[in-house]
Design a protein around this ligand. Structure first.
Ligand SMILES: Nc1ncnc2c1ncn2[C@@H]1O[C@H](COP(=O)(O)OP(=O)(O)OP(=O)(O)O)[C@@H](O)[C@H]1O
Ligand code: SF4
Ligand SMILES: [Mg+2]
Length: 326
């Protein structure tokens, strides 16, 4: 895995609570790597730490402990100009299509802006690149002179994609990029991401709470719970043979029709709230909601094990049909 475009090593990110007496363990010991050209999906309930992890991958969030490496190098150790170049190569797009758009800027200026900041090419060339990107994301040239309020949510998200593409990123963190969009236009945006990946060899970190979306786009999926990965594997294996009780519960509760072959049979009701990340449960942090929990689950943190080739889980009993500890 030395060619990884991103390697995350035992990453921990903590925030002080408002009273300053405790810490929120938003990411609590996550390790994985992403290969160039891959779409690595991350799924999990609200508050599980997905966005914090995504922000750390693009250097918007400093690790409390552990490291994020870009092509084997810690970007924060690079001299200024190299760090700026590296940050351009690792981009993020957010759920809210308005987040990166200035309401007082025309669409063309918004798309051109990242190139204006770099300032190397002449203005006419920057404009040409920006217009080309608008065309590439499926927006006719007439949109160039419009303002954000004159566009739909889906069109604005296309502008955000065009804007990010102008700086030729290698990796894009897509943080719930279709969550705010009407179901009818989601497929168009997801297809656009797939087309752009083929055209530019892009790598994606695709964050979502939508199982149907993540299974559609990802080459591998990680399931996150309370700051940790519970399971990681290719979509076919993870959806057909989920090894972790949390993944099994997520799958069984999925309201969007999954192919019957991917269904896990009996519906498992996931009861209770996700516990506070200031004070996660001892042992296995899923144990307070796990229907298979046993005494050992409170006493010992389950190790992250490769149960099948490329298919990992953190559960004392994962891979054992009998419920005995592996
Ligand atoms: N800047 C911050 N200061 C304090 N706490 C934070 C900060 N950012 C995130 N958190 C907390 O860290 C935890 C993880 O948040 P994060 O936004 O990463 O979750 P998420 O999985 O992206 O959730 P969602 O699906 O709702 O977007 C939450 O408990 C959140 O309140
Ligand atoms: S380790 Fe125990 S509590 Fe955790 S998922 Fe496995 S069975 Fe459930
Ligand atoms: Mg989030």
């Amino acid at each position: 895995m030395t060619d990884a475009i991103v390697s995350v090593e035992d990453l921990r990110i903590q925030f002080p609570t408002q009273n300053g007496r405790e810490t929120v363990k938003a990411v609590d010991g996550v390790s994985f790597s992403v290969q160039p050209g891959e779409t690595f999906g991350i799924i999990g309930e609200s508050g599980s730490g997905k966005s914090t992890l995504g922000r750390a991958v693009v250097c918007l969030q400093k690790p409390t402990e552990g490291r994020v490496l870009h092509h084997g190098t810690d970007p924060n150790s690079l001299p200024g100009a190299d760090l700026r170049r590296r940050r351009r190569e690792y981009q993020i797009i957010f759920q809210d299509p308005n987040a990166a758009l200035n309401p007082r800027m025309t669409i063309l200026r918004s798309v051109r802006e990242p190139l204006d900041i770099i300032g190397t090419a002449p203005r006419v060339e920057r404009e040409r690149i920006a217009l080309g990107m608008l065309d590439l994301v499926g927006l006719p040239a007439e949109f160039a002179a419009r303002y954000p309020h004159e566009l739909s949510g889906g069109q604005k998200q296309r502008v955000n994609i065009a804007r990010v593409l102008t700086v030729r990123p290698k990796l894009i963190v897509c943080d719930e990029v279709v969550a705010a969009l009407d179901v009818s236009i989601r497929a168009g945006i997801l297809n656009l991401f797939a087309d752009l990946q083929r055209e530019f060899g892009l790598t994606y970190l695709f964050i979502t709470h939508d199982l149907a979306v993540v299974s559609h786009v990802s080459s591998r999926i990680a399931v996150m719970y309370l700051g940790c990965f519970m399971e990681l594997g290719p979509p076919e294996a993870l959806l057909r043979r989920p090894l972790h009780p949390y993944t099994q519960a997520l799958l069984s509760a999925e309201p969007i029709p999954l192919p019957s072959s991917m269904r896990t049979g009996q519906r498992i009701i996931l009861t209770g709230e996700i516990p506070s990340p200031t004070n996660p449960p001892s042992g296995c942090r899923f144990r307070t909601r796990c229907r298979s929990a046993q005494d050992v689950c409170a006493a010992e943190i389950p190790t992250w094990r490769e149960i099948e080739p490329g298919h990992f889980a953190a559960c004392h009993f994962a891979g054992s049909a009998t419920g005995t500890r592996s």
